[in-house]
Write a protein that binds this ligand. Sequence first.
Ligand code: GLA
Length: 716
Amino acid sequence: MDHIRFDAGDMTLIIACKVGNVPRILYWGKKLQGDIQIEDIHALTKRRGVLGSADVSIDPSLAMEIGLGYAAPAGFEAHRDGRSWGSIFTVYSAAKYEDRAEIQCRDNDTQIALNYDIIVDPETGLFQFSSSITNICDDEGSSGILTVNKMATAVLPIPGRMTELIGFTGRWADEFRRERLRRFSGSYVRENKRGRTSHDSFPAIMLVRPDTREKSGEAYGLHLAWSGNHIIRIDTLMDGRVMASMGALLFPGEIRLRAGETYKSPTLVAGYSSNGLSKLSRYFHEHVRNNLMRKKFWQKERPVHYNSWEAIYFDHDLEKLKLMADKAAAIGIERFVLDDGWFGSRRNEKSGLGDWVVSDAIYPDGLKPLIDHVTGLGMEMGIWFEPEMVNPDSDLFRAHPDWILELKGKEQIPFRNQYVLDISRSEVSEYLFKQIDSVLSDHDISYVKWDMNRDLNHPGNAMGYAKPYAHVMALYALIERIRNAHPDVEIESCASGGGRPDYGILAHTDRVWTSDSNDAIDRQNIQKGASHFLPLNILGSHVGPAKCHITGRSLSMSMRAATAMMGHMGVELNLLDEPDTDLSELKKAISLYKKYRHLIHNGELYRIDTPRYINALGIVSKDKKEAIYSVAFLTGYNNTHPITIPFPGIRSKFEYQVNSIWPHDFQSSTTLEQKELEMIGIGSIFSGSILKKVGLQLPPSFPETTHLFYLQRREA
Ligand code: GLA
């Protein structure tokens, strides 16, 4: 087989894989119609040597291994004690089975095998690339050990006309910031060494043309399904080629393969849209929903959460929590999550992590009285763990001071008064499994918030080896073991907010805590950023206190509630202190959310291009019969009137009734009379075509106001 071709979604992918040659992407882009002569692509793209360079043009390979002799950043570097570094991986077998392909390569001189596995989604054209390296050395002794320094999962060529890239940056409490840059000669590189996915380098990137917008233009998207250290690169080479690659970032000596051993790289998920960024996102959302989520949970309606953190922090008190639960149930909340502070000596951030037993100082009769109360009110019970961590002031650390990751002889870098446990040691994982298992077995708990609140600055084990990769693999295995033992328990991935929200962890968890910031203005941007690769149904979004604890900004209940509705809604404030007017507005928001969550969680996302003062998106049901649009005024605006907003995604030939469903009292800077409401079309019926193309003149609105519009198809 000389080449493998996939046509799916918007795209065609052709991989040249002739036996004896290096495998390479011959074409990845807009779908090619008809019967293509592969030789024609070879002929049209053939390069010859030029003066000042080799006499031949070297073809890029999927691995861009250093042995190719290509003067470009390498995707693969390994050696055996300084030798065997110059592999060239040529194909010895390639096969295609419907939506999947396998390409096996090796270098017989260096005795290394490299295998690729590619799965293509027939609907969206998204492909999952994984690669593995095996040491096929016949020397079983220590001189046969292969040290892998660097391994990109794959290095993919991107057409040069994608002159811009959109990368992710951010920080704690302000995740998923996008940076749109013009590509430049040289390399755009993000190296994440935090040991978790990170707040500042979400492992994804998009390559676009200057005119690419939400609903038009070409866009390539790549994501690395990995919850640890990573490298993202876009290399613009001197020969004009553009190469995109992603892989785990390996610490020195982390991957040392004995004869017969294999290293498997994290999966790279890549997609192409010829029709804008929102379409690309919809492809990625389908992947998350169909391939990562556990069906029984995402098909179930997402219960509205209550989370105790910003309400009480460490101030646990059974009677107060019961009152809080009463109030929560009364406004329609369906799941009550008890956050940090219920266990061991954990009365503040300095103590108790690692001792996962209910504190009898604050819960003398255990958690049962609280859980019975919560479940008696018809709510589910959830609980917080941070299993990978230990406080030095804990029984666990006193008993096993050698269980932590550290750099022997060097001081620990202080980080939230806690150390990271070496969970790649089986006795450590075993201990954690038993502790968590016993809490879950002894109580009626159906939800776990799995937190992780520090970087792995010094990820060395007791023997002195670096273990960040092993940490992530052990984490996945531990969660999986807990899932298998408790298949009805949902698990949320949290790492000081959105520090671990990638597809690697999402294969083992059911929701992400998007950000510690509950500031609705910031959340509008954070959730919009997250929505490029993550569907709304897994994005935890909570109504926080009126004055945000993190940013100090005060926002109305109306704004906070509308923002939380565009995700997996929850509430995280002290219900006992809330004014009745706010509580009653929150109750209305929750009931509205319940009415429309089937649509918000199962529909298709359309972000809308707007001026900066507005953030707007729509979710349209697959059958196009209904849609909900959120239009948030982040600030004021310079003109007398705001913009006209289009309603993308609906069907032109259908008719729709347009209704304003939020704010519930339709606040705006002027009091709208019925006549004015009619003027802006509320409750009236229009053709889909006009709504899409002409749109709706937005009413004059205060800054920090969110409007929700609901469109329903009128059957003839
Ligand atoms: C992290 C989480 C918060 C909360 C605290 C508890 O910061 O992101 O939501 O659970 O830990 O310590």
